[in-house]
Design a protein around this ligand. Structure first.
Ligand code: ATP
Ligand code: MG
Length: 395
């Protein structure tokens, strides 16, 4: 119900601005998504009031993006971003301009938006303002640049990837002249910070149709100017829609010739993301070479095991052990212990029993005991472990 609250808050914000003599409309993604009958992430408002004026209308506001004309109105139901109608200054380096200019008409504000489906507005009375045929494009499943596509991509090269990201999220096709312009300007993508490109890939990986994005990236020629290898596009057909972008990164890494996380470095992924993906790559490799040992079932998270198994199947490899996905959870659940703290002995016990000082041997011995227990060769019982330990020790 978060979404409804956001809409109610946005309509109340519009009403307050109108009562004070200003214009205000819901704009961008929220209008697009509501016309498709989908929930929107955020409900943004555009107005002819300048930020200082917006701040006098509402008792609680925060300056979140004042340099771009955005004031956050802290409405009790949900915060609402209110942005002054604006156009953008000269574009340098094919990136977002540094300066923005406030304008007085909604039409001018809508004109600077990227695609027709993103350039509609909704009034407080829920009337749709559609100056560029966005509604029709939405019905026909088309992504079309507002104005001259080549000019729009020259201004801001990220828009090329945004077009492709929307094609994956909505399952839409990119209109011909818009697509041609992407092909023509593809090399400009190198002007864009890798972090921003990565954010678009994150969205592609959790979208309904990542295959569409990958095909578009390859066919437009963008692939040539992006990190990574895009030769095995068809493999994306088997990739199931998911909610975690890291799964997409893992799949993408497995489709690289070296099956490593190198591209994640190029895309400036976080260390956490890289670690998670490395786990999948390792689990995948073990699965298709020797199959997993009990110790490996113990060490990898269930989601890692399941994902690695799914990917092995997608990639046409034969998982060695387990052959079927269904068995994974059962095998993991039936392990003698689930976590290291379940061990019936501690390092302390081993020091006491051996009379040795702590040292690298301690960790090694604990690991050995753990393996014996997981492989069901030793019971997780203090006395039995003690006997085994004293008979095994070699120092
Ligand atoms: P999402 O659901 O992913 O948030 P969105 O349409 O809301 O989709 P945002 O990136 O939040 O996308 O941008 C909000 C609106 O701002 C867009 O709908 C579009 O009108 C405009 N916009 C965003 N980025 C650009 C850009 N690079 N060039 C032109 N217009 C843009
Ligand atoms: Mg948005």
């Amino acid at each position: 119900m978060i979404e409804q609250k956001a809409w109610k808050a946005a309509f109340e914000v519009i009403a307050s601005l109108e009562e004070n003599g200003y214009e205000a409309f819901i704009v961008g993604g929220a209008v697009r998504d509501s016309l498709r009958g989908h929930t929107a992430n955020d409900v943004d408002v555009a107005t002819n009031a300048v930020p200082e004026e917006v701040k006098t209308v509402f008792s609680r506001t925060a300056d979140v993006g004042i340099s771009h004309g955005t004031v956050l109105v802290i409405h009790p139901l949900s915060p609402v971003e209110v942005t002054t109608y604006r156009t953008e200054g000269t574009y340098q380096d094919h990136r977002r301009p540094d300066e923005v200019y406030f304008v007085s008409s909604l039409a001018e504000d809508l004109k600077r938006r990227d695609f027709t489906i993103n350039a509609m507005a909704m009034s407080g009375k829920q009337e749709i303002i559609d100056l560029f045929g966005g509604k029709e494009d939405l019905q026909n499943g088309v992504i079309r640049a507002v104005g001259q596509p080549l000019e729009r991509f020259k201004e801001d090269a990220l828009r090329m990837l945004r077009a492709i990201r929307f094609s994956a999220q909505l399952g839409f096709r990119i209109e011909e002249s818009t697509f041609k312009a992407i092909s023509k300007q593809a090399q400009d993508i190198h002007f864009i910070a890798k972090e921003r490109i990565k954010a678009e890939f994150d969205k592609i990986f959790v979208s309904e149709h990542p295959i569409k994005a990958m095909q578009n990236i390859q066919q437009s020629g963008l692939a040539e100017f992006l990190p990574g290898d895009y030769d095995q596009i068809d493999r994306w057909k088997k990739f199931k829609a998911c909610t975690d972008a890291w799964k997409g990164w893992a799949y993408f890494c497995l489709l690289q010739p070296n099956q490593d996380i190198e591209i994640m470095r190029a895309f400036k992924c976080s260390n956490n993301e890289k670690k998670q993906v490395q786990d999948i790559i390792d689990a995948h490799q073990l699965l298709i070479s020797n199959g997993w040992t009990k110790k490996q079932y113990f060490e990898f998270d269930l989601v890692v095991l399941k994902t690695a198994h799914e990917f092995a199947n997608n990639l046409g490899k034969n998982p060695v052990q387990p052959e079927s996905m269904e068995n994974i959870e059962q095998i993991k659940m039936n392990l003698a212990i689930q976590k290291k703290t379940d061990l019936a002995v501690s390092g302390h016990d081993l020091i006491k029993w051996s009379g040795q000082k702590s040292g690298p041997w301690l960790k090694e011995s604990l690991e050995k005991i753990l393996t014996e227990i997981l492989e069901n060769r030793l019971l997780n019982d203090q006395q039995q472990i003690k006997e085994w330990f004293l008979s095994e020790r070699t120092y």
